[in-house]
Design a protein around this ligand. Structure first.
Ligand code: UDP
Length: 447
């Protein structure tokens, strides 16, 4: 590939979304490209479908744990039915719990744009963004929560409220089923919240029986019991299921990736906190010593002005390097992401700040030697030199890429250990087990 072809390696989202041909060679444009249109939804798997992955014993354990809960009812409440990790997870968790006869119902709160603007601002503020909490914002938050409280029934034995948006529904416990267990499942990082917003939400959270966080480092001091539930991935989803070698090959051909040479990949939104420019710099340092290509697969750049700016910075950092392949993909490209991760020799996630870092979970599950920033939930997943390599700088990242590419046996061992670690801790079936254990614990407690 020569430098003039660089732009052929940057596949913009708008070309994917419109009927415009992508700026690639004409013979490629002629063929229909699978990643340009959303695929049909895939039916949810059943518990037995996981047997080949986790084994029959694990599934028997789940059924055994569920036996004592038979007939119990659970309501899950969140703020969106589609899009985002929480909805994706509930889409799997709810049918699996129901399948083991813990009748689980999923309700989504409704609200106007004003509500979702306020809750988006709360979300950012809880992640530490500056924000002036106004009386109007508080009133909007409370009014929509109250509206939803009146609309919904709360007759279940356990109510699980996900994230801050529906937190004020806790008001319903007083008048409906005072004996029910109320759980707040917090998926966000509360380690450094805006004090005004946290000060406003905290009194609601303190009325729950239990709070669940995704990492020790995301939790707050609270007067209620707290549990640690790691996020999880579904090994049967389009993103993570086993793929035929032909699918991996076809995807690489489609994106102009040379499979005869080592491939270093980072999959991430084009966001400064994911440090894609740092990845390009680390790659260029490592490549002085060892032959490799870099794939940066991301998305969201065309509907997010900041994403577009970051994408531009990445393109500038890449310059006319034909070995840097930048892919700006539409959001439905789970299968393509899966194939790219599987095609990779090494996966990088050089984040500067991170939530849990599901891309790391996905890479480890695929047995990939992974180099990642020691931030957020990544150290829960990467035990340095055992399940992957943790880095703190561009130079460190370059060093580890070079080291792993020149020590393939060690790299392969990391990949194996990483997959085991995910199997043990971060799969959907583990998540079901955690829920069953918690439900049993709450059922047996004395108030
Ligand atoms: N992802 C994707 N397409 C992209 C970029 C990311 O599907 O272009 C997926 C990625 O595979 C992972 C999720 O988005 O499942 C990102 O989760 P993570 O926790 O790593 O980071 P976040 O974007 O939530 O900060």
């Amino acid at each position: 590939m020569n430098p003039a072809n660089l732009q052929t390696n940057t596949v913009p989202i708008d070309s994917a979304l419109s009927a415009q041909p992508a700026p690639r060679s004409p013979e490629r444009r002629a063929a229909p490209r699978p990643w340009q249109t959303p695929p049909a939804p895939v039916p949810a798997p059943h518990l037995d479908d996981y047997e080949s992955i986790v084994g029959a014993a694990e599934l028997s354990e789940l059924r055994f744990l569920a036996r004592e809960l038979k007939g119990k009812t659970v309501k899950m409440v969140n703020s969106t039915a589609v899009g985002g990790g929480v909805a994706e997870m509930l889409n799997r968790l709810v049918p699996l719990l129901s399948e083991v006869e813990v009748a689980t119902h999923w309700d989504v709160i409704t609200g106007g744009n004003d509500f979702f603007e306020v809750t988006k601002a709360f979300h950012n503020a809880l992640h530490g963004a500056p924000y002036e909490l106004t009386r109007a914002a508080q009133e909007i938050f409370l009014a929509y929560n109250e509206q939803n409280r009146q609309r919904m029934q709360f007759t279940e034995d356990t109510v699980v409220i996900h994230d801050p948006q529906p937190a004020a529904l806790i008001a319903a416990r007083k008048d409906r089923e005072p004996q029910a267990n109320w759980i707040w499942r917090c998926h966000i990082d509360l380690s450094n919240p805006n004090p005004q917003v946290w000060g406003f939400l905290r009194p609601f959270i303190e009325q729950f029986d239990v709070a669940i966080f995704s990492s020790q480092s995301f939790a707050r001091q609270l007067p209620i019991r707290q549990y640690l539930f790691y996020p999880c991935i579904d090994p049967l989803s389009e993103k993570n299921k086993e793929l035929d070698e032909s699918v991996v090959r076809k995807t690489c051909d489609e994106f102009g990736i040379d499979r005869s040479r080592p491939i270093v990949t980072q999959v991430s939104r084009f966001d400064r906190l994911k440090d894609p420019v740092g990845v390009v710099q680390a790659f260029k340092m490592a490549r002085k010593y060892v032959d490799c290509q870099l794939v940066l697969a991301g998305g969201g750049a065309s509907d997010d002005p900041e994403g577009a700016a970051v994408l531009k910075e990445v393109q500038e950092a890449a310059g006319n390097d034909p070995d840097v392949i930048i892919l700006d993909l539409p959001p439905w490209c789970a299968l393509e992401i899966n194939a790219l991760q599987r095609a990779s020799t090494i996966v990088v996630q050089k984040s500067i700040k991170e939530g849990f870092g599901l891309t790391v979970t996905e890479a480890l599950w695929k047995g990939k030697p992974t180099v990642a920033g020691a931030v957020g939930g990544i150290p829960n997943q990467i035990i340095h030199k055992l399940t992957g390599m943790l880095v703190h700088s561009i130079e460190g990242c370059a060093y580890q890429i070079r080291y792993l590419l020149t020590h393939p046996e060690f790299a392969a061992q990391l990949g194996k250990n990483g997959r085991e670690h995910v199997k043990e801790n971060f799969l959907m079936t583990t998540n079901v087990r955690r829920w069953l254990l918690l439900l049993r614990l709450l059922q047996n407690r004395t108030r």
